[in-house]
Design a protein around this ligand. Structure first.
Ligand code: SAM
Length: 280
């Protein structure tokens, strides 16, 4: 099974979980959900924007459909472009912590890179940290369904960055080789002050040599927030860049099956900022 086929299966589960009297009604709810996400993600820094509640099945389907493929692909491309990340992915044993990675894009991006490279001699442990427990359900079967040619152990850990009691006892992930923060800081912008103790906890205790990849909307508020935290904790900047990333593989639309006809193109290009930092 390839990654798109896996996403299609996850979408099928997410679609089936939506309760509606008819299919037409279900599709109408999803279209509304897609419009809602476009609108809310367009105004993340506005005080009137909502904290998106992903307990709602419609919003979960809409997010996976619209953003997961693109975000996974961007992550794969950034690994391909970076000598340091490629070298890291060449290890035989790897631990990764995807912060705010509940949607699964971070894990899928890493898997896409490894599968494209033909990696087989690897044990990959992937901690996925997120506030929304329901995401764990969406991705818990990844390893058994995808059957990658290497060992894969996804571990979902629920936490709310703004609530220390939910994350202070998690310690194992601090020894990860690689941390991802993909479109996470922009989501937390409204609770920036409350979120910072969590990032202080991670950035101050990452092991020496560990790498962190930040990717987000190319907005100085998010870039500066990440840059300031990296500086505060003495992390070395390996790469700092901004620009457009595009996902344009036409073939993949066929793998979205009937959903493509109903809901159109998922996101394919974005103006992003990215950083790779390393703990000395
Ligand atoms: C925009 S999504 C990014 C997901 C994924 N990294 C990607 O690139 O597609 C932001 C994620 O942050 C999670 N999140 C929002 N607030 C959070 C909080 N206070 N603590 C932990 N996770 C949170 C959401 O559930 C969501 O999965």
């Amino acid at each position: 099974m390839n990654l798109m086929q896996l996403i299609k299966l996850v979408l099928d589960d997410a679609y089936a979980a939506i309760k509606a009297p008819t299919e037409a009604n279900k599709d109408a709810q999803i279209k509304k959900g897609l419009e809602y996400l476009t609108s809310e993600y367009g105004k993340l820094v506005s005080p009137t924007s909502a904290i998106i509640d992903y307990r709602d099945e419609v919003k979960r389907f809409a997010y996976i459909y619209k953003y997961t493929v693109a975000h996974a692909d961007y992550l794969m491309q950034l690994i391909q472009r970076s000598d340091e990340l490629r070298k890291l992915m060449g290890k035989k044993s790897l631990e990764v912590a995807c912060l705010g990675g509940g949607h699964g894009s971070d894990l899928l991006g890493i898997l896409k890179y490894l599968i494209t490279e033909g990696t087989s001699d690897l044990s990959l442990k992937c901690y996925i940290f997120d506030k929304e427990r329901a995401w764990g359900d969406s991705w818990s079967d990844v390893a058994s369904q995808l059957k990658p040619p290497f060992q894969l152990y996804p571990v979902f850990q629920q936490m709310d960055v703004a609530d220390k009691s939910t994350w202070r006892s998690y310690r194992k992930f601090l020894r990860a080789d690689f941390f991802t923060l993909i479109y996470f800081l922009s989501e937390l912008w409204k609770i920036k002050t409350q979120s910072e103790p969590f990032f202080d906890h991670c950035l101050s205790q990452m092991k020496s040599g560990a790498l962190m990849l930040f990717v987000d909307n190319n907005d100085s508020r998010f870039r500066d927030w990440f840059d300031q935290m990296a500086k505060k904790h003495g992390l070395d900047v390996v790469k700092s860049d901004e620009g457009w990333l595009a996902f344009s593989n036409d073939e993949e639309k066929n793998d979205l099956g009937e959903y493509f006809g109903k809901f159109g193109w998922p996101k394919r290009k974005s103006d992003v900022a990215w950083r790779i930092v390393r703990r000395p």
